[in-house]
Ligand binder design. Structure first.
Ligand code: MV4
Length: 650
């Protein structure tokens, strides 16, 4: 199916839907958005020429409904469907159904999608095509004895992987024979649970590898080229955080050999459109095929910035049947590009996904800076979708220039209303191993260990600044006052009293420890508080919400609540109460206790699922389970009551 494309339906949401709309518009092609009931006010809906609602907020009732999406395309007269990434992008059945109704699927053939969807099959095909793969066993015989024999023959350490797997699920690193069978069994049960398929493959484990992937592109005329590599080694729990092109570990010789291998892989599939061939690169410059992604990837912008291409425009061209606009000899790398993914998650709470209303959203601009996002001020970050908010991408003549530009751009990004991983991104970009171009897939663990340390408090405590503003110019201001006291809670800290003396020109704030800070409030407009301290004028972004004011100092945010009028007991309440509330909006997937049961402090009470992750709800105190307010399957909002634990001895 090919021909001129006049109107594209984008079967996706968020930043990638916006990204596809941009290239379509630049080509003079009309666009149709689809949206769930939760997304009526979303940016992708506003940007598209037309938009069709396809169902309720849960993805199974909207963005995964092939029938509703194809129906929307027919009703609006679209002649092509772009699937974006995720959702239906690597669903061979969807690609086939789109073609069957006479529409163009902007992506590879259903055969290529399904061949690469299974790890064992894709590996067998790549070995047959002569693409270097990790030595291993990917056969049909799945008996425990056979798999153990194969592991022995490969030599430990080995990697056990689910054939149907992805994202590290059903994967185990096994160091020695003694642990093999036990780990095989747990990996199999995890795979059966996650994919309904527990076939396994065994591979030699590559230690501290880099994740390097090659962008490939094919057309309907048999041409396949590659657009060099991206290094995506910085991942956290198999979620990419930082990506860059080119890879600091890839020499021209490695690039040529890896590029050839990737083109061979794509040609073996008669590949059409954009694809990515993933490799593991070891410390000695050897590389091994890992898997192939038959879609446009999240991190495609770094390739665009260093090769001067528009990959979405190229996808549309080849879908129309045009030959690739460039040959391998035309592909040259210029400069360096780095991307970070801004997620709605709180690094200080084990990266728990966050929900909320986006306030004060401002993306940086400047030479060499690109921001791809799909959010608008006032928009909701819901628990129904991926928590990625935006991608911030920099380009520079050198890697160091790109890195420093990106640090500044991330620091200058404004977002209030939801907590983000921004401070974590800054720490990753500033880490010596990353700055030196030495990060491997072990980077996050090696740099941050198990925990993540929030940045140190700035020299001028946010509480003192908040006190000065609140008493002189802020909401509780009265310029006639010459002295006032406020009781503020900053972040999770206990509330403390601040005394503010003097007038606007020269305030002295004394904190609970008796430390004195001289501050002059200059203005507070447009979400920016300007103040002078020690003779230096500074600006601090802030957002005044209903219950708290959030100040941002050195890219860290401090929520300040004014408890001056609150009854001291309630506010200072040190005793943990037994009311257990939902930490996040999501669905109750299990309730582990019964009413009247005795539970220990720390025992699991229930499990919630939100944003594709599971969260355990633990008992805050030892005691008896009171009335359960929720049951398995219930949809609940953050802070909803789950159960009360009646404390023992209370
Ligand atoms: C490996 C490996 C080492 N040796 N295979 C992780 C997810 C899946 N796509 C493949 N993965 C790995 N496979 C062998 N034979 C190490 C990983 C791996 C990894 C790969 C890419 C990016 C990040 C990673 C983090 C941990 C482990």
């Amino acid at each position: 199916m090919s021909g001129r494309i006049e109107k594209i339906l984008i079967a996706n949401r968020g930043e990638i839907a916006c990204r596809v709309i941009r290239s379509a518009r630049e080509k003079g092609i009309a666009t149709v958005a689809v949206y769930s009931q939760a997304d009526e006010g979303a940016l992708h809906v506003a940007l598209a020429d037309e938009a069709v609602e396809i169902g309720a907020a849960p993805v199974g009732e909207s963005y995964l409904r092939a029938d509703a999406i194809i129906d929307a395309a027919r009703r609006t007269g679209a002649d092509a469907i772009h699937p974006g990434y995720g959702f239906l992008s690597e669903n061979a059945g969807f690609a086939r159904a789109v073609a069957e109704v006479g529409l163009i699927f902007i992506g590879p053939s259903p055969e290529a999608i399904s061949a690469m969807g299974d790890k064992a099959e894709s590996k067998r095909r790549m070995i047959a095509a002569g693409v270097p793969c990790v030595p291993g066993y990917q056969g049909e015989d799945q008996s425990e004895e056979r798999l153990l024999d194969e592991a022995r023959a490969i030599g430990f350490p080995v990697m056990i992987k689910a054939s149907a797997g992805g994202g590290g699920r059903g994967m185990r690193l096994v160091h020695d024979e003694a642990a093999f069978t036990r780990m095989l069994r747990t990996a199999k049960s995890e795979a059966l649970n996650a994919f309904g398929d527990d076939r396994m493959l065994i591979e030699k484990a590559v230690m501290r590898p880099r994740h390097v992937e090659i962008q490939v592109f094919g057309d309907r005329h048999g041409n396949v080229i590659h657009l060099a590599e991206r290094d995506c080694s910085i991942q956290r729990r198999h979620q990419k955080v930082v990506e860059e092109a080119p890879s600091p570990a890839v020499t021209p010789a490695i690039r040529a050999a890896m590029g050839d291998a990737a083109v061979t892989a794509a040609k073996a599939l008669s590949y059409v459109g954009a694809g990515t061939v993933e490799f593991l690169l070891d410390g000695d410059g050897r590389f091994y095929f890992l898997e192939m992604n038959t879609r446009l990837q999240v991190e495609h912008p770094v390739t665009e910035l260093v090769t001067g291409t528009d990959l979405v425009a190229m996808q549309i061209d080849v879908a129309e049947g045009a030959p690739l606009p460039l040959s391998q000899a035309d592909v040259a790398i210029r400069g360096h590009a780095i991307e970070v993914r801004l997620y709605a998650e709180d690094p200080a709470q084990n990266f728990m996904p966050q929900t909320g209303r986006i306030e004060g959203w401002q993306v940086p601009e400047g030479p060499g800076i690109r921001a791809d996002h799909g959010i608008i001020e006032g928009g909701e970050v819901s628990a129904f979708y991926d928590p990625m908010l935006a991608k911030i991408i920099s380009w520079g003549d050198t890697r160091e220039q790109a890195r420093r530009r990106l640090v500044k751009a991330v620091a200058d990004t404004r977002i209030f209303g939801v907590r983000t991983n921004r401070a974590f991104l800054l720490q990753a970009l500033e880490a010596p191993a990353f700055a030196a171009g030495e990060a491997t897939t072990a980077f996050v663990e090696e740099t941050f260990g198990d925990g993540y340390a929030p940045p140190a408090e700035p020299a001028l405590p946010p509480g003192a600044l908040a006190a000065a503003w609140l008493c002189r110019g802020g909401r509780w201001s009265s310029s006639r006052w010459t002295e006032s006291r406020v009781r503020l809670a900053v972040g999770e800290a206990q509330p403390a009293w601040f005394t503010v003396e003097g007038d606007e020109g020269a305030l002295t704030v004394t904190d609970a420890e008796g430390a004195r800070h001289a501050i002059e409030i200059v203005s507070a407009e447009g979400g920016v508080l300007r103040y002078r301290a020690d003779g230096v004028l500074r600006s601090v972004p802030f957002h005044a919400g209903d219950e708290e004011i959030v100040f941002e100092v050195d890219a860290s945010q401090y929520a300040v609540r004014d408890l001056t009028m609150a009854p001291p007991e309630a506010a200072d309440g040190a005793a943990a109460d037994g009311l257990v509330r939902a930490p996040i909006t999501g669905m109750v997937i299990s309730v582990e206790v019964a009413e009247g049961e005795r539970v220990e402090r720390g025992q699991v009470l229930a499990t919630l699922e939100a944003m594709k992750m599971q969260h355990m709800v633990l008992a805050p105190v030892t005691g008896l389970v009171g009335t359960l307010a929720v049951a398995t399957g219930a949809q609940i909002s953050a802070r909803d009551l789950i159960v009360e634990i009646v404390e023992e001895g209370a």
